[in-house]
Design a protein around this ligand. Structure first.
Ligand code: GDP
Ligand code: MG
Length: 371
């Protein structure tokens, strides 16, 4: 069966072919832009994009155009909050920084109240929201990227000024570079007498992170996460990088996004923290999450408030799924629950089949052979 080439699909999606090639690679499919994809592979690929999944299961290759009925409407695109992941070597101050930032987000009226931990939170910096992913940075990158979910827009790499560049610092840099995500270096613990920020800068030259005052283009901010020094400067730099990245999403239409965390609660059933990446998620929506599905029964924000809807870059915690999904799973909202169930079942069967077939990663060739 002849499908469509990656270049043709990219054109329809208003994307670069290279981006699609990368996404496919993350799903274990090695292909170049002139390769023709089968319907199955295209279906998987399209889960990465906000494409109206109209009768997705039954269409054949000849009807592929029905996938693309919802063209990207440039006019509906609006600015969205950046999502930020904090990474770095153990004990360099990631948790302390996340806590300091979270405290800054708790307004006077909420202070002393119960702040629920949902794995992500949004900070308001003079009217500009920033979403921090409160999942261990490496997990957010390795697990999620392995599943094709690029949830991070900006990586903050924390380096303790009294310790310098360490193995996990390098690992974090490599993850951020592989994901093509802009890096801000937070040189932490500058309050310590033995702190040596210049040594950190010197060591990072080897990884092509050259500070602006040394003629490079990497933003370095010297902070003390523990003593709340220069945190505002860090936030300003995040907003600056976000501005340059020109992050946009379309809040109209059905939501798509990723699972940040999920767990099974004895009384409430599966609970998932989702990051909405496009569209608007609403209470009552029928949703496919990874290989499971359901209807959104309850939805709360990072301040444990019940909410009815959530737009792009908003983290929410939901209940109503039939099974517990995995971090990094992607979700797509469908118009009705029946379709959602069908898609989830197909995906679940495919996942089982795929696991059975592939000890090694699937290549395009043996994927076609197995059709
Ligand atoms: P993580 O492993 O990267 O999450 O590091 P933590 O946030 O747990 O911090 C490790 C230790 O460093 C803790 O004892 C913190 O109190 C301390 N620490 C973190 N940030 C600072 C800082 O800015 N200054 C000083 N003096 N200590 C810090
Ligand atoms: Mg920690």
């Amino acid at each position: 069966t002849e499908g469509m080439t990656i270049a043709e699909i990219a054109h329809k999606l208003h994307r670069e072919p290279a981006e699609l090639v990368k996404k496919l690679f993350m799903d274990g499919v090695v292909a170049t832009q002139n390769d023709s994809l089968s319907k199955d592979v295209i279906e998987v690929l399209l889960l990465n994009y906000d494409v109206e999944p109209i009768e997705k299961i039954e269409v054949d290759v000849a009807d592929l155009d029905t996938y693309f009925e919802q063209d990207v409407d440039e006019e509906s695109l609006v600015k969205r909050a950046p999502t930020v992941t904090i990474m770095g070597h153990v004990d360099h101050g990631k948790t302390t920084l996340l806590d300091t930032l979270r405290d800054a987000s708790v307004t006077q009226s909420e202070a002393g109240g119960i702040t629920q931990h949902i794995g992500a939170y949004q900070l308001d910096v003079e009217g500009e929201p920033i979403t921090f992913l409160d999942t261990p940075g490496h997990a957010a990158f390795t697990t999620m990227r392995a599943r094709g979910a690029d949830v991070t827009d900006i990586a903050i790499i924390v380096v303790a000024a009294d310790d310098g560049v360490m193995p996990q610092t390098v690992e974090a840099i490599n993850h951020a570079k592989a994901a093509d995500v802009p890096i801000i270096v937070a040189v932490n613990k500058v309050d310590k007498p033995e702190a040596n920020p210049d040594r950190v800068k010197q060591e990072l030259l080897e990884y092509e992170l050259v500070p602006e005052d040394w003629g490079g283009d990497t933003i370095f901010v010297e902070i003390s996460a523990l003593f709340n020094q220069n945190i505002e400067e860090l936030l300003e730099m995040i907003l600056l990088v976000a501005e340059v990245s020109d992050l946009k999403a379309d809040p109209t239409g059905l939501a798509v996004g990723s699972v940040l965390e999920a767990r099974l609660d004895r009384s409430k059933g599966p609970i998932a923290t989702l990051l909405v990446q496009n569209g608007t998620l609403r209470k009552g929506d029928s949703i496919v999450v990874g290989t499971t599905y359901g209807r959104i029964r309850t939805m709360v924000n990072d301040k444990a408030q019940q909410i009815q809807e959530a737009g792009p870059s908003t983290p929410v915690e939901i209940t109503g799924l039939n099974e517990t999904p995995k971090a990094g799973d992607q979700f797509v909202v469908f118009k009705d629950e029946k379709t959602a169930r069908q898609i989830a079942e197909t995906r679940s069967n495919e996942a089982v089949e795929e696991q059975r077939q592939s000890v090694n990663k699937v290549t395009l060739e043996n994927l076609f052979d197995s059709l």
